[in-house]
Write a protein that binds this ligand. Structure first.
Ligand code: BGP
Length: 466
């Protein structure tokens, strides 16, 4: 792999591919959810989305035109192994071969994620990530992908946002299988994810494919509000909740002992950790860390009110806070001086710098890629289909400046991926929450692409820094 800084953009399979039942693909958990679950509050599906499945050449051409030298995308497990376990669908392999080859033809380094929220429905029906049998199912799926694509793909991510995925599907309840405030299931799922990821890493290394493998972790900077009465306790509990189970295990190969005690005191049955596991996490440690950087976790002591989740998928306003109160542990604090998007998420560029230094201070010089960073907002195009997304440009420039500052001060950051390559399905938020550097007109059946102002800004930036 080249040593130059990687500048690219990212998407995920269910969010952009469409072709939900084409060419032997199996049913996914999100297909079932989006087709009829009343909790799909915006009513959108990924059935067609940007139709990347048929239009990938056009999208990769645009990446090249804007000077990007890498593309992060995910593989749909159900396209490769329709039932999650067992028979491989050659047409799924063929599709990703076409995408990978077209990237390479255009000088674009593929960065491939194996799991980005989209579980085969056959596995979901057996308990999904809460059922320990998924660990070996995932490892075998990973092996199939490494063998099929590992000669050309040199950057792999096992799982995207292990924590945020488990959080939305087991605590918020807005992602399938829609469990609410089920902390037992939440920690079980994360444990199975870190175990599955580590097993996949071990398999990858045994195949000697000469690439790098990591995970993509969601924004990990925990900051304690100065009003907090027990700042050290709150910091440790929140770090354990947001980061340590995943990062200590994936980077150092060690389960954090203080977290295990914390869970037991909270009444979680930790037997899912099976301390007699024959698998040694130290055999599956990652080569690099991917960080999806959007916000910090600003925390304080929990009040005596019951545990509560603050989340909005309706773009209802910036005065709402995003986060959680976990009674007895901590709660997210509301900083009046920080700007928020309409979904209540902080816009806080400093967290980019702080996150990178947190990683350096805790884990040394492990290489880091910013695997996602971007800005979600509503947008209106002019009569030519053009979007002047100055808000996005300002926000991303501020985060990138902080990344470069941290890099110049010694953080080992090696690449940056804008989220997202083009407008796409924003999960339960539907299609109106836009992130793309390229606009997709979803009202036009031909799904035309229109580069936005940010596309040209990114092109300029990339060409000046490469
Ligand atoms: C990350 C996910 C992406 C993407 C992004 C924006 O958490 O990895 O899949 O969706 O966030 O989030 P959202 O679409 O919910 O606004």
């Amino acid at each position: 792999m080249s040593e130059k800084f990687l500048w690219g953009s990212a998407t995920a399979a269910y969010q952009c591919e469409g072709a939900w039942d084409a060419d032997g693909k199996g049913l996914g958990e999100w297909d079932v959810f989006s087709h009829g679950n009343p909790l799909n509050i915006n009513g959108a599906t990924g059935d067609v989305s940007c139709d990347f499945y048929h239009r990938y050449e056009e999208d990769i051409d645009l990446m090249k035109a804007s000077g990007q030298n890498t593309y992060r995308f995910s593989i749909s497990w159900a396209r490769i192994i329709p039932e999650g376990i067992g028979a491989v669908n050659q047409q799924g392999i063929d599709f990703y071969n076409r995408v990978i080859d077209y990237c390479l033809l255009n000088g674009i380094e593929p960065n491939v994620t194996l799991f980005h929220y989209d579980l085969p429905n056959a596995l979901a029906e057996q308990g999904g990530w809460a059922n320990r049998t998924i660990v070996d199912a995932f490892a075998e799926y990973a092996r199939v992908c490494f063998k099929a694509f590992g000669d050309r793909v040199k950057l792999w991510v096992t799982i995207n946002e292990l924590r945020y995925y488990a959080y939305c599907s087991n605590i918020v309840g807005n992602y399938p299988p829609n469990h609410k405030q089920d902390f037992q299931r939440y920690f079980t799922v994360i444990y199975h994810e870190v175990l599955a990821s580590a097993k996949a890493v071990k398999i990858y290394k045994s195949l000697e494919l000469k690439g790098e493998i990591g995970i993509a972790h969601d924004s990990c900077n925990v900051e304690v509000d100065t009003i907090t009465k027990n700042p050290e306790r709150v910091k440790l509990i929140a770090e354990n909740f947001y980061n340590n189970l995943i990062l200590d295990t994936a980077i150092n190969g060690v389960l954090p002992a203080s977290l295990i005690l914390q869970l037991q005191e909270f009444g979680i049955d930790t037997s899912f950790m099976k301390f007699d596991d024959t698998f040694d996490f130290r055999e599956g440690t990652i080569d690099f860390l991917g960080l999806n950087v959007y916000n910090r976790y600003y925390v304080t002591d929990s009040s005596d009110e019951p545990t509560e989740v603050f989340h909005n998928n309706k773009g209802a306003g910036s005065s709402m806070k995003e986060g959680i109160r976990i009674k007895g542990w901590f709660e997210n604090s509301f900083d009046l001086t920080t700007q928020r998007n309409l979904w209540g998420r902080e816009i806080y560029p400093q967290c980019m710098y702080d996150t990178l230094f947190d990683i350096k201070n805790k884990y040394g010089d492990i290489p880091v890629y910013i695997t996602e960073n971007g800005h979600g907002c509503y947008e209106t195009a002019d009569e030519n289909g053009y979007v002047e997304d100055d808000e996005r440009i300002a926000m991303m420039q501020a985060y990138i400046d902080k990344m470069l500052e941290a890099k110049s001060e010694g953080c080992n950051v090696k690449g940056y991926y804008a989220w997202s390559t083009m407008d796409l399905y924003s999960w339960v938020n539907g299609y109106e929450k836009r992130y793309g550097l390229v606009r997709v007109d979803f009202d036009d059946k031909r799904l035309p692409r229109y580069p936005k102002k940010s596309f040209y800004w990114y092109k300029e930036l990339v060409s000046s820094i490469i």
